[in-house]
Design a protein around this ligand. Structure first.
Ligand code: GLC
Ligand code: CA
Length: 522
């Protein structure tokens, strides 16, 4: 059985480079996170997931780890990390670290040894071939790179400087268990497992993921630790995913999948004409049909790899209403909420004109390929729509110098909308997105919204209506889509507990993106 306490987590995802810079070097850091823990606690957060802060050359912003046992000096020291753990635990908050097991930086000591010609303990830590296989890297180009020292090709599913570890080698697996043990000993409560379905491969079939030993390797890795685990799993096969995380198999506590992102665009870099009901249908499917006693689902609208959801699915005319509608449709469902930094004040995509304004390796590789086919303007427009830099721009705390993020030169440009869209400005308004999130997270303290059941009562493509209930407590969540709709059912026995139009009484018609949360009183 799964651990239902996990449904009581309200997790906040921190992109550490861009959250808060405490020492003015332009880079967010651990002390900066500590400074903002009370802020997060006030929002209603009880756990944080921090993207990788291990020692790294930063070719993929920390997802290229050089040393699994050390904190990168730009974020602080191991002592700062220990303070973070105790400051969190003192506030009854949990810490989830990123675990990047599929690959290391080519600067890692393991890789440096592995590429040597003479045999050593690390020789088979990576995948070495005499000739490249016909596999493409997820960041573009061939997934194989020739190494002049070893005179062989190594596999890199991502950037050239991110070499894939060979998990079929037992020594790699035992090193990884040591890594987990080390951080658990330092007080880490959970792990977000980066591209975990890639750790077992089927290279005979040219497949870099979902290999025959995936379940075995995950089980081996975590079975001796009592930690929360969330796996990033691109796989669309529900039965496979369920099997992957079933608790009796000691695999993962929960997982991220991305079906609901697919309906919000044509491709990652191409705008579509998304419909809220399509987004609803995916979430509803996952929350009702697929979620049962073997599976807890994750609820998230945004993360560090996607441009902001509100810039794809929201409306600029109804900015507050659509942001709060998307939040309610997502975070009042059954599952574990992950709130990405910035969405609580309605952060949106930026608009830049030059490639030099971008930092992300995926975006730059994409641009360089794309420019062979379309104009520069078009390629930049696509980056503005889809680039992973969007959610990575420094957090806009206020409208002062560098959006209140740093006194120094920020590592990445501040958001182009920061003068208007920032936390301080949001808090000064009656229609505050932050305060709406606070109310949603407050509702999530109730059993009805955490362990309670979910039932989709929607009848057409204009509204999402669902029930959440536990024992005698029953709530109805009504999220109207973009057009005005009639509220046809009789809700006499209900009282309003949350409204994004400040209603005291039930309206006859619902306004665009209107949200009503009703509690059954009789
Ligand atoms: C995951 C991370 C992403 C990273 C990639 C390679 O998808 O979320 O940021 O680039 O893995 O580690
Ligand atoms: Ca800093």
């Amino acid at each position: 059985m799964i651990n239902f306490d996990y449904l009581k987590l309200n997790i906040y995802q921190i992109y550490p480079k861009s959250f808060y810079d405490s020492n003015g070097d332009g880079i967010g850091d651990i002390k900066g996170i500590i400074d903002k823990l009370d802020y997060l606690k006030d929002l209603g957060i009880n756990a944080i997931w921090i993207c990788p802060i291990y020692k790294s050359p930063q070719d993929d912003n920390g997802y290229d780890i050089e040393d699994y046992y050390d904190i990168d000096p730009m974020y602080g020291t191991l002592d700062d990390f220990k303070s973070l753990v105790s400051e969190l635990h003192r506030r009854e908050m949990y810490l989830i670290m990123d675990f990047v097991g599929n690959h290391t930086s080519t600067k890692s000591k393991w890789f440096i040894e592995s590429r040597k010609k003479e045999e050593n303990k690390y020789s088979n830590f990576y995948y070495w071939f005499d000739s490249p296989l016909p596999i493409n890297s997820i960041f573009g180009g061939s997934a194989f790179e020739y190494d002049t020292e070893k005179e062989k090709y190594y596999l890199h599913s991502f950037a050239i400087t991110q070499a894939d570890l060979n998990w079929d080698n037992e020594d790699v697996r035992s090193e990884m268990k040591k890594v987990i043990a080390y951080w658990v000993n330092l007080g880490v409560d959970g792990f977000r497992c980066d591209v975990i379905d890639l750790i077992s491969k089927d290279l005979k079939e040219n497949r870099i993921g979902n290999g025959p030993n995936l379940h075995k390797y995950i089980r081996e890795l975590f079975s001796s630790f009592n930690v929360f685990t969330v796996g990033e799993c691109g796989s669309r096969d529900i039965e496979e995913i369920k099997a992957k995380i079933a608790k009796e198999r000691c695999e993962l506590s929960t997982l991220f999948q991305f079906d609901h992102f697919d309906v919000t665009r044509i491709t990652k870099f191409k705008r579509g004409n998304p419909k809220l009901y399509e987004y609803r249908n995916v979430l509803s499917k996952w929350c009702s049909t697929f979620q049962d006693n073997d599976l807890i689902y994750t609820l998230f609208t945004d993360n560090h790899d996607q441009s902001f959801m509100i810039s794809r699915l929201g409306s600029s005319d109804y900015y507050f209403e659509s942001a709060t509608c998307i939040a309610s449709m997502t975070y009042l469902l059954r599952g574990i909420p992950f709130i990405y930094q910035g969405i609580e004040y309605g952060a949106v995509n930026s608009k830049f004109n030059e490639l030099s304004d971008f930092n992300d390796i995926e975006s730059i590789n994409y641009y360089n390929e794309r420019i062979k086919k379309v104009s520069k303007e078009e390629a930049i427009e696509e980056l503005n729509f889809g680039s992973r830099d969007n959610p990575r721009h420094p957090f806009s705390w206020d409208d002062s110098f560098n959006s209140g993020f740093s006194k120094g030169d920020p590592w990445l440009k501040i958001s182009t909308s920061y003068k208007e869209i920032n936390l301080k400005n949001d808090l000064s308004k009656d229609k505050s997105i932050y305060r709406f999130y606070q109310k949603i997270l407050n509702l999530r303290r109730l059993d009805a919204f955490t362990i309670g059941e979910f039932k989709d009562l929607s009848v057409d493509d204009t509204i999402f209506i669902f029930e959440r209930f536990y024992d005698n407590d029953k709530y109805l969540v009504i999220c109207n889509f973009e057009d005005i709709s009639a509220l046809e059912i009789n809700y006499d026995n209900y009282e309003i507990v949350l409204s994004n139009y400040n209603r005291d009484e039930l309206p006859k018609k619902l306004s665009p993106y209107e949200v009503l949360v009703l509690k059954k009183v009789k």
